[in-house]
Design a protein around this ligand. Structure first.
Ligand code: ATP
Ligand code: MG
Length: 269
């Protein structure tokens, strides 16, 4: 893997913690057997920095969703190790993994996956209901903070059908954030949105990193979307091709061009 550091020091975030929010070592995922075997991930080593917004980019079929699903503990790798918030996922049995995901990982999907009969506010608190957890004063304070950051205060009593696509996705993001997960994974979160709503949702995702200290990892096809991220992981044919830190647009375009080798531009991770 080639790492490129292109940051202007003034753009790095004060107090960015050094411990990664998630890491993978030797991560391999194969599907099928024999002639039909597909190597979706070919031994990936990666650290997802905490308190930053990371985009995963690459061509269709390059392994982006597989990487994200393995990192999130939704899919089991063929080999390798994944650590989230200091816990090695392969050490957990199914029940403990389910509980770990519930308590430490947030998800945002392309289809917003809100429950239509519940209001926005009820949807945001649904994970607490499902887990049988009390919405105490601390949770309520976090809820208020998340709702304010995502600009949803005047929409909480509305059902999803009464909200725009962008507002629905903001509710889904709020739902992912309210439990203060160690990391939030978003697979093509703007895939169902028009360009104005996409920009709005991406701006709010970035705010959740800047203002709430959240760690967000987003899979996207779109350069415009990746431009909101701090870091970009470029994946090609199941391998990480580059890990760009605060990339300039030209560096990102170059890294995404097929067959181009990437010149390391400075400090490496
Ligand atoms: N369940 C599966 N069974 C067999 N092959 C699979 C399965 N899931 C994914 N693959 C293969 O693994 C490779 C990586 O797939 P993945 O879904 O991770 O790609 P992606 O980068 O997310 O693509 P896209 O941008 O189209 O969503 C592809 O070759 C795909 O066909
Ligand atoms: Mg995908």
């Amino acid at each position: 893997m080639t790492s490129t550091h292109l940051s202007d020091p003034s753009r790095t975030h004060p107090g960015t913690p050094g411990t990664p929010a998630a890491s993978a070592r030797g991560l391999t995922k194969s599907y099928g057997r024999g002639d039909a075997e597909v190597h979706a991930l070919r031994g990936i080593d990666v650290d997802i920095p905490a308190g930053r917004f990371t985009a995963i980019m690459g061509a269709s079929g390059s392994g982006k969703s597989t990487l994200m699903h393995c990192l999130a503990g939704l899919d089991q790798p063929t080999a390798g190790s994944i650590t989230i918030a200091g816990t090695q996922l392969e050490s957990l049995d199914d029940d403990r993994l389910t509980r770990f995901r519930r308590d430490h990982v947030g998800f945002v999907f392309q289809a917003f996956n809100l429950l239509p009969m519940l209001t926005a506010g009820q949807n945001i608190l649904l994970p607490f209901e499902l887990a049988g957890r009390k919405v105490d004063r601390e949770v309520r304070a976090r809820y208020d903070e998340v709702v304010a950051t995502l600009g949803l205060a005047d929409r909480l009593g509305h059902r999803p059908s009464e909200l725009s696509g962008g507002q629905q996705q903001r509710v889904a993001i709020a739902r992912a954030l309210v439990a203060q997960p160690a990391i939030v994974f978003a697979d093509e979160p703007t895939g169902n949105l028009d360009s104005d709503s996409s920009a709005e949702v991406l701006g709010f995702l970035r705010r959740s990193v800047r203002e709430l200290g959240q760690t967000v990892v987003m899979v996207t096809h779109e350069l415009d979307a990746a431009a909101y991220a701090d870091d970009v992981l470029v994946i090609a044919d199941g391998e990480i091709r580059a890990h760009l830190v605060d990339p300039e647009p030209a560096a990102l375009v170059a890294a995404l061009r097929p067959g181009t080798s990437i010149a390391a531009g400075g400090a490496t991770r």
